[in-house]
Design a protein around this ligand. Structure first.
Ligand code: HAM
Length: 424
């Protein structure tokens, strides 16, 4: 019987694995450049960690199980609740602010499609303990820094940002009851993902009157903070949210990333725990799902039993970023398996090859060879297939002199050298 892989999971063959490592290296480098330190937690968590605070959508997507002791556990669909749990467990001892990053394997039972999988990797970076928008700006600047390092430019991707407090205040200003706001947010998060008629239907179902739906449609046409009308600005809650966003935009200017960022009133985010600025990174052509999603969640730590603590951060998926880089021709060629390839010619035999391989490896150089040997032509082909930069050829004189021929596979140049001089 031929067993198929689980739907929505991936096998990482060498080229896929090389890309994954390339990407993770860039995520780690960018995080460390910004002073974040790496953490990790378990893939298995108590089911309750998600059912409490993440919101209906993600709870519907949980992979969960009952273990042999009858405990209800879930495979993590995201890292934020784990981070909140870990932080609250050591809150008293941790020096604030905390700046943690993580690369986690996550699971969501979603309809598998382009860039949306059931098992994926997610890079997270979070700042805990800073209430000011400077922390949100720090996270956005880090996201932009990482995107720039992969070769993407502001005309490829943009950070769309808003503040939940702003839309919340505007929605309430339309006379929509407080209790309905989370539901309205959940519907608005579907904008662009479902047809407009379906969205309209969902808002009707949520109990919005026609005038309220029209009011919402008008708000969603706003392109900038300047479009917010005078009577709405007069509401203290709206005024306060605008001030916060202006501060955030000012910080982003100071980080030099403004050209990557745009205010978008329609960004609300699907997760229930966000409380302030929210943002997503999208490709400008609109071909893919969001590459990054982030925001402020100032109540989650307290809700999970910790002391009140301001917090914000982001998650970025590997699958969608991979598709985007591929589409833009920015996916790197895989690194060679080894920089050096040792071949034998003439009287030299496998033991001579091993002597050379051993010397190179002892000097810290990556050296491969073909255990099946064969003609020099065959071995040269193997070296080319493996992407080796140099071929070291042990020939007739090797056993006596330890002289080899060093061939640069890029230029085709070759010359004789003493093996002992290589890697010296
Ligand atoms: P999220 O928007 O659910 O946020 O996910 C963030 C990113 O993870 C998405 O933009 C996408 O790139 C990737 N992602 C999510 N689901 C999938 C999937 N099924 N397949 C492939 N990629 C996926 C969060 O998870 C928040 N916890 C992020 C956060 C951290 N907010 C604050 N700190």
């Amino acid at each position: 019987m031929k067993i198929q892989p689980v739907r929505g999971t991936r096998d990482f063959y060498p080229d896929d694995m090389a890309f994954r490592n390339w990407l993770f290296e860039r995520w780690r480098r960018a995080s460390r450049r910004a002073g974040f330190v790496e953490v990790d937690g378990p893939v298995l968590e108590p089911l309750d960690l998600y059912t409490e605070k993440s919101g209906e959508e993600i709870v519907d997507q949980l992979y969960w199980l009952e273990d042999k002791g009858g405990r209800r556990l879930a495979l993590r669909p995201e890292f934020t609740p784990t981070l909140a749990r870990m932080f609250t467990a050591r809150q008293a001892a941790l020096p604030e602010p905390v700046r943690w990053f993580n690369i986690s394997r996550c699971f969501r039972y979603e309809r598998a499609q382009k860039g949306r999988l059931r098992e994926f990797f997610q890079w997270n970076a979070d700042v805990l303990g800073v209430a000011d928008e400077i922390a949100d700006a720090e996270c956005i600047a880090l996201a932009v820094d990482s995107l720039a390092e992969t070769g993407l430019r502001p005309d490829d991707v943009e950070v769309r940002l808003s503040d939940r407090r702003l839309l919340g205040a505007l929605v309430r200003h339309l006379g929509i009851a407080d209790a309905l706001v989370p539901q309205v947010f959940a519907v608005l998060d579907k904008r662009g993902k479902v047809p407009p008629e379906a969205l309209e239907e969902m808002l009707t179902q949520a109990g919005l009157a026609p005038a309220q739906r029209d009011g919402l449609a008008r708000i969603l046409t706003w392109q900038g903070l300047a479009d917010i009308e005078g009577h709405e600005r007069a509401t203290p809650e709206v005024a306060c949210a605008i001030e916060g966003l202006e501060r955030l935009l000012g910080y982003l200017e100071a980080y030099g990333v403004s050209e990557w960022c745009r205010f978008d009133i329609g960004i609300v985010r699907g997760l229930a725990y966000y409380t302030g600025p929210v943002w997503e990174v999208h490709d400008r052509k609109g071909e893919f799902r969001a590459v990054f999603g982030g925001g402020r969640y100032d109540r989650l730590l307290e809700d999970l039993g910790g002391k009140p603590m301001a917090a914000c951060g982001f998650g970025c998926g590997d699958a969608v970023l991979g598709l985007l880089l591929q589409e833009r021709g920015l996916k790197p060629a895989p690194d060679p398996a080894a920089e050096y390839f040792v071949a034998s010619a003439g009287k030299a035999n496998l033991l001579d090859v091993l002597a050379a391989v051993r010397h190179l490896r002892q000097r810290g150089l990556a050296a491969a060879f073909d255990p099946k040997g064969g003609s020099l032509k065959r071995q040269m082909k193997k070296a080319a297939d493996a992407g080796a930069r140099f071929v070291v050829i042990a020939g007739d004189a090797f056993a006596e002199t330890r002289q080899v021929t060093l061939r640069d596979m890029g230029t085709g140049d070759q010359h004789d050298v003493a093996l002992d001089d290589l890697g010296a």
